[in-house]
Design a protein around this ligand. Structure first.
Ligand code: IPE
Ligand code: MG
Length: 232
């Protein structure tokens, strides 16, 4: 979700106003995905590199996470959305960690959209903690290093058990992945929207989905090997 700051600066507003507008955009996209029957939506809310921002902006963002989470939890619950957080929460204020746990608890039985919020997440962090977990098992003697394959490594990653993402959307005109789901994006279709995140409306989401529908996904095969139905 990129471009909140620029959205605000263009309007001569403080950056936090852009982040607030970004929360509104996120609400619209989450509800649109829930209504459309999307199974899993992962929002990159705060990266492990975002701590490098001015302390004041980081503090205001933590406040905003906190209030948004408290305000949105019951709405998400009403829409049958299940919320889950990924990322290293150890550096978050205690109250925020409690709000996260509460939102996860309240929505845990919901069967609609699974909304994953990546907060203090980084793809490299995820892979590193997976490597550490495997190394600990090997050092403890219950795992042979030769037995480590892609399946075993994937089991230690945050999103284990979920389907790999079909579509990645980045707003704000930047064309990079910036340490998002590095392992999981191997075969994901990438879509870059020019608009700033606060302007990413459900109509923009439709555009992204239409673009996705025209892609031919070969997963390493040739086009001729695909079923006719797979040619969009
Ligand atoms: C994304 O918007 C929101 C967060 C990283 C929390 P930015 O804050 O990166 O907005 P720009 O890139 O400065 O416009
Ligand atoms: Mg940015």
């Amino acid at each position: 979700m990129d471009g909140n700051g620029r959205w605000a600066e263009r309007r001569r507003l403080p950056r936090i106003a852009g982040h607030r507008a970004g929360v509104e955009a996120a609400r619209g996209v989450v509800l649109a995905c829930a209504e459309r029957g999307v199974e899993v939506l992962t929002l990159f809310a705060f990266s492990s590199e975002n701590w490098r921002r001015p302390q004041r902006e980081v503090g205001l963002l933590m406040e905003l996470f906190m209030t948004s989470l408290q305000e949105e939890a019951s709405r998400l619950d009403e829409h049958d959305v299940r919320v889950r957080f990924i990322g290293d929460q150890t550096l978050f204020p205690q109250r925020l960690r409690e709000a996260i746990a509460e939102a996860e608890r309240v929505t845990r039985r919901n069967g609609g959209l699974l909304l994953i919020i990546a907060a203090n997440y980084g793809g490299r962090w995820d892979l590193t903690q997976a490597a550490r977990a495997l190394a600990q098992r090997a050092a403890g003697g219950d795992l042979e290093p030769e037995a480590i394959d892609e399946t075993l490594l994937a089991r230690e990653l945050c999103l284990y058990g979920l389907p790999e993402p079909d579509l990645f959307v980045r707003t704000g005109g930047e064309q990079r992945i910036s340490n998002f789901l590095l392992w999981q994006l191997a075969y994901t279709e990438l879509y870059f929207a020019e608009c700033m995140w606060p302007d990413f409306s459900p109509a923009e989401l439709e555009d992204a989905l239409h673009a996705f529908a025209t892609r031919q996904r070969r997963f390493g095969r040739t086009g001729d090997q695909l079923e006719p139905a797979e040619h969009a």
